[in-house]
Design a binder for this molecule. Structure first.
Ligand SMILES: *[C@@H]1O[C@H](CO)[C@@H](O)[C@H](O)[C@H]1NC(C)=O
Ligand SMILES: *[C@@H]1O[C@H](CO)[C@@H](O)[C@H](O)[C@H]1NC(C)=O
Ligand SMILES: *[C@@H]1O[C@H](CO)[C@@H](O)[C@H](O)[C@H]1NC(C)=O
Ligand SMILES: *[C@@H]1O[C@H](CO)[C@@H](O)[C@H](O)[C@H]1NC(C)=O
Ligand SMILES: *[C@@H]1O[C@H](CO)[C@@H](O)[C@H](O)[C@H]1NC(C)=O
Ligand SMILES: *[C@@H]1O[C@H](CO)[C@@H](O)[C@H](O)[C@H]1NC(C)=O
Ligand SMILES: *[C@@H]1O[C@H](CO)[C@@H](O)[C@H](O)[C@H]1NC(C)=O
Length: 779
């Protein structure tokens, strides 16, 4: 174990720099000493030997005899404080003073050399000594970390190497880490590589591609072995986390989803939830759902929740519009991969559409009296399906119309029998269409059918006979009544025209008595009626409509009498002068009459009470005026008798007649005229002036009065008209009676007409005008 020789071993400096510097300084000192002594003894010993272990026999190695070391005062000197060796003076053995730990004393430095000096005091002599401390495998490899984390993408290709951390071993040489092993696995093998620093570096080499989705992490045990025999080992856990790559596309649970949705589902209701999975993690596994190339119809009706995959209604569905939707849903992951599925949504029908009625044609009005007539043609439909779309169609009972189904969903409404406008002119028809869905929905359509008129009715008078009563003396054109005929038809067919029918007896004046207003049936008198002429007449009236129908009625007209005639009186056999002292003398004969009838025609005839005259009724309507008793001219020579003739009508009409009777002496001689005939000439167109003259020229004429001389009278007179103007010339035979100052005369008869050349009498002055100046009067 003693290394002899002067060869200088240059230690391999592997220590850290600070330590190296220290070592270099020590080495330099040793070298100086070495130069001084010139001799080095070298020993080697295993580390970790017990203290007191034998290293060498120094005396023997120095060639000194027993006790010589002791004699020379040999001592072991070492650098620093620490003494590794002790010298047994007697035996000269060099022993370990204590147990030495190579790793502590030298660390990585190999070989581990401890320097010491042997001092011989007498004579003084320094001997350099080196103690090499040899390594034993007293340390196992050790990893700094118990666990090594490796993140390896699953996309890594086989053959890829992944360096691992190395283990440390405090021992040196072959006792340090020599090899690495990895626990058995199917993906990796271990490759250890020599490095230029002499160490081996372990690497994991991928044999077979990783699949995170299959195994997301692997735990391997890395074992480091040193070169001991048997080798000591150290282990570390290698945790391999397989990093994901987007190597999986999303996949839907089903490729086809089918669902039924009632069409009345509210907006927002859930239709279906689609679900896809992606084996990848992180964003590669985060899915987002969306429509894939969907139609507008789909996009308008549905929305898909990108996160949950819920498909909800965006608006209400309408079975009648779209019965099913087909859409593709795409699920995309964060790495751009996607999967698709198909969703078929079938809309189920709800009875949400009432039936509809579409009127194709409607005929109104329809003529009455017609046989079966088509009134309406219409179509019904229901936008629902199945029972919801089946319909029944009806109208009210008791109408003279029937519904007839024709081609699919078409109906005609026809009259059941001829209609009569006069009994019902209008029908309100309600067509009710009900479907058979649940709930039942119905539609009502009201139509009004009017019946148009046909001229099938004659005008009819309200009465067949009208009795009219008219007073007579009506003003002409007086409205005397009206008749009315009605025609059940309508419009022009009901317009009635009235007319008088010609009298059955054409001789009767009748047709000319009344007229009728053709439009309104009002009757008018054509002229003033006279009861006295006609008391009763009958007229037939016809009412005719625009067609050939007519009706008749009879007007019975009674003319009512009106007290329109005053009584009339005719005086005959009037005796103007009654001789006095005579017994009952007939003064006059009165003939009375009244044209009216009944009471209106009855007559009462009276005179004053206070005169000695009496009115005697003789024959019907004949009276004689007689003296009651003999008269006495000396007491009263003249009586004014007023005869009052009254009818009994209302109002009473009366006629008065004054008769002046004179009482005369009894006298046998009649007056005598000087001439029997006088001729007077008067021009026509004479002025009505009051030029008067007496034809007989007397003195009294100048006094404006022509007294009639008693018993003397001119004879013939010419009448004067009421106006005082002579219109025509007449000759009158006049009978005169003589008397006192007053005279009476009577016109006997006219002597027509020519005066000229006819009368032999004296000519009387022109323009004579006779007025009532003669003291007589005529009533
Ligand atoms: C290292 O170990 C492996 C097996 O673990 C073995 O095959 C190989 O020969 C060893 N290498 C050395 C240099 O001992
Ligand atoms: C690495 O070193 C060991 C001994 O330290 C030796 O047996 C082996 O052949 C070397 N390998 C390579 C590849 O140099
Ligand atoms: C028809 O209906 C109208 C309007 O409601 C009504 O004025 C008329 O009297 C009705 N006619 C019949 C015949 O019911
Ligand atoms: C149809 O007529 C009926 C009966 O007159 C009435 O009740 C209903 O309101 C009418 N319908 C329409 C839509 O006018
Ligand atoms: C006629 O008239 C007188 C006098 O007024 C009267 O007393 C008398 O009753 C009348 N006679 C008739 C029939 O009215
Ligand atoms: C009769 O009537 C006339 C004329 O009115 C009159 O002059 C005369 O005095 C009357 N006589 C008597 C007696 O009343
Ligand atoms: C008739 O005599 C009466 C009485 O004297 C008198 O009032 C009346 O006017 C006379 N009538 C006529 C027409 O002279």
């Amino acid at each position: 174990r003693l290394l002899r020789g002067r060869t200088m071993e240059t230690p391999l400096l592997k220590a850290p720099q600070k330590r190296q510097v220290t070592a270099i300084i020590i080495l330099l000192i040793l070298l100086m000493l070495w130069e001084v002594g010139g001799m080095t003894i070298k020993y080697s010993v295993l580390e970790e030997r017990e203290s007191g272990s034998f290293v060498a026999n120094l005396a023997k190695d120095l060639g000194l005899g027993l006790g010589e070391l002791d004699a020379r005062g040999a001592r072991i000197l070492s650098k620093g404080n620490q003494q590794y060796l002790q010298l047994e003076q007697k035996s000269g053995n060099l022993l370990l003073k204590e147990k030495l730990d190579r790793e502590e004393l030298c660390g990585d430095t190999d070989p581990c050399i401890l320097h010491f000096q042997v001092l011989l005091k007498s004579p003084v002599h320094f001997i350099q000594g080196e103690l090499q401390l040899r390594d034993i495998n007293d340390h196992a490899p050790e990893f700094l970390e118990n666990e090594i984390l490796l993140k390896i993408s699953e996309s890594s290709q086989p053959g890829t190497a992944f360096p691992l951390k190395i283990a440390q071993d405090l021992d040196v040489g072959s006792n340090t880490v020599q090899n690495y092993t990895i626990s058995t696995n199917s993906h990796f093998h271990l490759f250890t590589q020599n490095h230029s620093d002499g160490r081996r570096y372990p690497e994991l080499v991928l044999d077979k591609a990783l699949d995170r989705e299959e195994q997301s992490e692997l735990r391997l045990t890395l074992t480091a072995l040193d070169g001991g025999s048997p080798p000591r080992t150290g282990t570390s856990q290698v945790l391999i986390v397989v990093l994901d790559i987007n190597d999986n596309a999303p996949e839907f649970a089903k490729l086809l989803y089918e669902v039924q949705v009632p069409e009345n589902s509210p907006v927002g209701s859930l239709v279906i939830t689609v679900s896809a999975t992606d084996l990848d993690t992180g964003t590669y596994g985060e899915l987002s759902y969306s429509f894939f190339q969907s139609s507008n119809q789909v996009i308008q009706a549905f929305e898909v929740n990108a996160v949950t995959g819920e498909i909800r209604l965006k608006r209400t569905l309408d079975f009648e519009e779209i019965r099913s939707y087909r859409m593709e849903i795409e699920a995309s992951d964060g790495g751009g991969l996607s999967g698709k599925c198909t969703v078929v949504v079938r809309v189920t029908d709800i009875n949400d559409n009432p039936p509809e009625l579409l009127m194709s044609s409607l005929t109104s009005p329809i003529p009455e009296n017609s046989p079966e007539t088509v009134v309406a043609v219409f179509r019904i439909r229901d936008r629902d399906s199945g029972n919801n779309a089946k319909m029944v169609c009806s109208i009210q009972d008791h109408l003279p119309f029937v519904l007839k189904p024709s081609v699919e969903n078409f109906y005609t409404m026809v009259t059941e029998s001829p209609l009569n406008r006069e009994s019902q002119a209008e029908y309100n028809i309600t067509i009710t269409v009900t479907d058979l869905g649940t709930p039942r929905l119905k539609t009502q359509h009201n139509i009004t059918v009017t019946v148009s008129d046909v001229n099938d009715n004659a005008p009819a008078f309200s009465q067949t006979t009208y009795t009219l009563r008219v007073r007579e003396n009506n003003s002409p054109a007086l409205h005397i009544g009206s008749v009315s005929a009605t025609d059940s038809d309508a419009g022009a067919n009901a317009q009635v025209t009235y007319s008088l029918l010609p009298p059955q007896d054409p001789q009767l004046p009748l047709a000319s008595l009344v007229s009728i207003n053709a439009d309104n049936g009002q009757l008018f008198a054509l002229r003033s009626l006279d009861y006295e002429a006609l008391q009763f007449y009958e007229v037939n009236i016809e009412a005719r409509d625009a067609g050939s129908f007519s009706g008749k009625c009879t007007i019975l007209t009674q003319v009512l009498d009106v007290n329109d005639n005053a009584p009339e009186v005719t005086v005959s056999a009037f005796t103007r002068q009654i001789p006095e002292n005579s017994p009952e003398v007939m003064v006059a004969v009165l003939s009375v009459s009244d044209l009216d009838s009944e009471e209106n025609g009855k007559i009462n005839c009276t005179i004053q009470d206070d005169i000695p005259f009496l009115l005697k009724s003789s024959l019907e309507n004949f009276y004689t005026l007689v003296t009651k008793r003999p008269l006495d001219r000396e007491s009263k020579s003249e009586y004014n008798i007023t005869i009052t003739i009254t009818d009994l009508g209302t109002p009473r009409l009366k006629t008065k007649l004054n008769l002046t009777v004179t009482v005369s002496d009894v006298n046998d001689n009649a007056p005598a005229f000087s001439q029997t005939t006088y001729t007077l000439r008067v021009r026509e167109n004479n002025s009505p002036a009051l030029t008067r003259s007496c034809p007989w020229r007397s003195r009294a004429a100048s006094a404006g009065r022509c007294p009639v001389p008693e018993g003397h009278f001119p004879g013939h007179l010419v009448d004067v008209s009421g106006t005082g103007t002579l219109s025509q010339s007449y000759q009158y035979e006049v009978c005169l009676r003589g008397g006192s100052g007053t005279s009476e005369f009577k016109f006997l008869k006219p002597i027509v007409p020519n005066i000229q050349g006819h009368s032999p009498g004296p000519e009387i002055e022109d323009n004579a005008n006779f007025r009532n100046d003669f003291g007589f009067s005529i009533q």
